[in-house]
Design a protein around this ligand. Structure first.
Ligand code: ATP
Length: 234
C-alpha cells in the first residue's frame, strides 16, 4: 500500500533522514521505533506530505509529491501528529468538525460524525467542552477521532502514548488494534518499543536517520541487539 524508497530529509544543514526504505502492506500495523531524535517524526511528516524531501513515497502505486499534505489526505493518508494538534481553545465538537474539512460528501460525513460520537462516548459527553479541559488520554482519542473523519486508508500515529498514564496508553493501543481489525492500515511511530512490538506486525528500528534493523515484530522483540538498544536490556 505504501512504499518509501531512498527517503532523505534535511533541515538546512542537518540531514535528519538519511535514505530510508519502508513498506506497508494493506491491513498491517507497522511500527517505526527509535529513540528521541532518531528521525521518526520527520519520516512520518514526509510521508503525509508536510515536508520537502528527496526519494520517493508511493501510495497505492502512485507517487506522492512532497509538500502535498492536503492532496494526500484526500487520497487517504492521515497523520495524528505528535502532541496531538488539538486546538484547546475550541470545543471538542469544533475540533472534530475540522476533521471533516476534506469531505465533500456532506450527508455521509454527518452520518460518520454521528457514528463516531457513538463510538467515542467520552467525546460525545464532552462535545461542548473546551478541548484543553480534557485529559491527555481523552485529547489523544479526540486527535484519533478527528483523523478518522477524513476517512483514511492509512493512518500514521506519531507517539500517541506520549505523556499518557499506562492505563490510557493501553486504551489507545487497544483502539489502534480495533481500527486495524476494521480494515485500517497503520504506521505507529513510538518510543515505547516493547509495548509497540506487541501490537505491530512488523517494525523498523531507526537510529540517527537510518533504519538499522527491521522485521517481524515477534522476532524483533526477542532479538538481543534490539532488546539491548531499544528495550533497556530487558
Ligand atoms: P522525537 O521522538 O523526539 O520526536 P524523532 O525520532 O521523531 O524524535 P525527529 O523529530 O524526526 O526525531 O528529529 C530528527 C532530527 O532532526 C533531530 O536531530 C532533530 O533535532 C532534527 N530536527 C527535527 N525537526 C527539526 C527542525 N524543524 N529544524 C531543524 N532540525 C530539526
Amino acid at each position: 500500500m505504501l512504499r518509501v524508497s531512498d527517503l532523505v530529509v534535511r533541515y538546512g544543514a542537518i540531514q535528519a533522514v538519511r535514505g530510508i526504505a519502508l513498506d506497508i502492506a494493506q491491513g498491517e500495523i507497522v511500527a517505526l521505533i527509535g529513540a528521541n531524535g532518531a528521525g521518526k517524526t520527520t519520516v512520518a511528516r514526509a510521508i503525509v506530505g508536510l515536508l520537502p524531501y528527496r526519494g520517493e513515497v508511493a501510495f497505492e502505486g502512485e507517487v506522492l509529491k512532497p509538500n502535498s499534505a492536503e492532496r494526500n489526505l484526500r487520497r487517504g493518508v492521515a497523520l495524528v501528529p505528535e502532541g496531538r494538534g488539538i486546538l484547546g481553545t475550541m470545543t471538542v465538537q469544533d475540533n472534530l468538525l475540522m476533521g471533516l474539512y476534506t469531505r465533500r460528501d456532506r450527508a455521509q460525513a454527518a452520518k460518520d460524525l454521528a457514528a463516531l460520537l457513538e463510538r467515542f462516548s467520552i467525546l460525545a459527553e464532552r462535545r461542548n467542552l473546551l478541548a484543553s479541559l480534557m485529559s491527555g488520554g481523552e485529547q489523544q482519542m479526540l486527535a484519533i477521532a478527528r483523523a478518522l473523519l477524513s476517512k483514511p486508508k492509512l493512518l500514521l500515529l506519531d507517539e500517541p502514548s506520549l505523556g499518557l498514564a499506562p492505563k490510557m496508553t493501553d486504551a489507545v493501543f487497544a483502539m489502534i488494534q480495533d481500527l486495524r481489525r476494521e480494515g485500517l492500515t497503520v504506521l505507529l511511530v513510538e518510543q515505547k518499543a516493547r509495548q509497540t512490538l506487541k501490537i505491530a506486525d512488523r517494525a523498523y528500528l531507526m537510529e540517527t536517520g537510518r533504519v538499522i534493523t527491521s522485521g517481524p515484530a515477534s522476532e524483533l522483540i526477542d532479538d538481543p541487539v534490539v532488546s539491548e538498544t531499544f528495550l533497556g536490556g530487558r
